[in-house]
Design a protein around this ligand. Structure first.
Ligand SMILES: Cc1ncc(COP(=O)(O)O)c(C=O)c1O
Length: 340
């Protein structure tokens, strides 16, 4: 089912998306013989040390605030570029040191930042030109369609990472790769012409951990992808997100709030700036903790629990138009209390 959705035929399992990312990076380093990883400024890929990097005001790579216990200074492992910045990406890959670009197809962890037209084509071309592997983390962007943005937008990653929703709450993550990447790894391990590994020549972490791929996880993935998060529920989920977005936009317009709302498939999020952010820094600068706390508490007092540290809603197959209307009414009241 994963191969059908994402178009990559080799898959391994973990117990979290974090771990799937970690393994994808290990394989990318092994396949390319390179050390460094490129991530996007203000990304989040789970508790992956290399991905806890950000750019400071002078454009240097530093550990992101609040990340503890980095094993080495992060500029030793990581290159960081802003989202949607093609020249920066091309320059960063030009040195030939980067094993993999690890990227969400739209940023979703600093609010939603959508890709510019041409961004993903440029990312693929830059990776091809530099001999760098492209890992697309679809853990959140699975909201865009049954095969995430990879399938929806015809992206061509070398590896894909997914997790969270794929097993409906049972711990499970997965990472897939093309046959070419699998072959590169096998060759690098010195397997013989028949593809048979010697005893010393297998990946000691190859099964992803003692409990990875356990029967309950796999049953959870099969049930979720096969019976719950199927292609036919997406149109309804995306329509509900459209209603949610329209409700938020109507309140913003009615009270002239300097805010914007962005929808991505079945997910939508508003932020405290008048136009959609173009990169992670712009999105982060719009953050207002006190305002967010107020809106969350206002909603909570009306029986609506918003995702912590996000102004975000993700529709499930069971979310109804009545649920959305309830949020729309509460949100309008909150905006009115601030701007009327
Ligand atoms: C894009 C992305 N990748 C990976 C992860 C890590 O997922 P988990 O916490 O389940 O390991 C997250 C978590 O928010 C995420 O947003």
């Amino acid at each position: 089912m994963l191969a059908d959705r994402f178009g990559l035929d080799q898959w391994q399992f973990t117990l979290s998306a974090t771990d799937a990312n970690r393994h994808a990076l290990r394989y990318a380093r092994q396949a390319t013989g390179r050390r460094k990883v490129l991530v996007i400024d203000h990304c989040y890929h789970g508790t992956v040390d290399e991905a806890y990097a950000t750019l400071d005001d002078e454009g240097r790579v530093v550990a992101r605030r609040g990340s503890i216990g980095a094993p080495v200074p992060l500029d030793e492992t990581t290159v960081v570029v802003p989202f949607n910045d093609i020249p920066a990406l091309e320059a960063a890959l030009a040195g030939g040191e980067v094993a993999a670009v690890l990227i969400e197809p739209a940023l979703t962890n600093v609010g939603i930042v959508l890709p510019d037209d041409g961004w993903h084509v440029a990312v693929r071309e830059a990776c091809d030109g530099a001999g760098t592997l492209l890992i697309i983390d679809e853990t959140h962007t699975l909201c865009a369609g049954p095969g995430g943005m990879t399938r929806r937008d015809g992206l061509r990653p070398d590896m894909v990472v997914v997790g969270k929703t794929i097993a409906g709450g049972v711990p499970a993550g997965a990472w897939g790769m093309t046959r070419d990447v699998a072959d590169l790894v096998a060759t690098s391990l010195g397997w013989d012409a028949e593809g048979t590994p010697g005893l010393e020549d297998i990946d000691v972490g190859g099964i992803g951990g003692t409990l990875a791929g356990n029967a309950v996880s796999l049953a959870g993935i099969r049930a979720t992808l096969g019976e719950v998060l199927t292609a036919d529920v997406y149109p309804g989920m995306i329509a509900r997100a459209g209603e949610w977005t329209a409700g938020v936009q109507a309140a913003i317009d009615e009270f002239d709030a300097p805010w914007q709302v962005t929808q991505l498939g079945a997910r939508s999020e508003y932020s405290f700036r008048p136009t959609p952010p173009h990169d992670g820094r712009e999105a982060a600068e719009a953050d207002d903790f006190a305002l967010q706390q107020y809106l969350h508490l206002h909603a909570l007092n009306r029986g609506i629990l918003l995702t912590p540290f996000h102004n975000m809603a993700l529709m499930s197959p069971a979310t109804s138009s009545d649920d959305v209307a309830r949020h729309t009414a509460a949100f309008r009241e909150a905006v009115q209390s601030l701007f009327a």
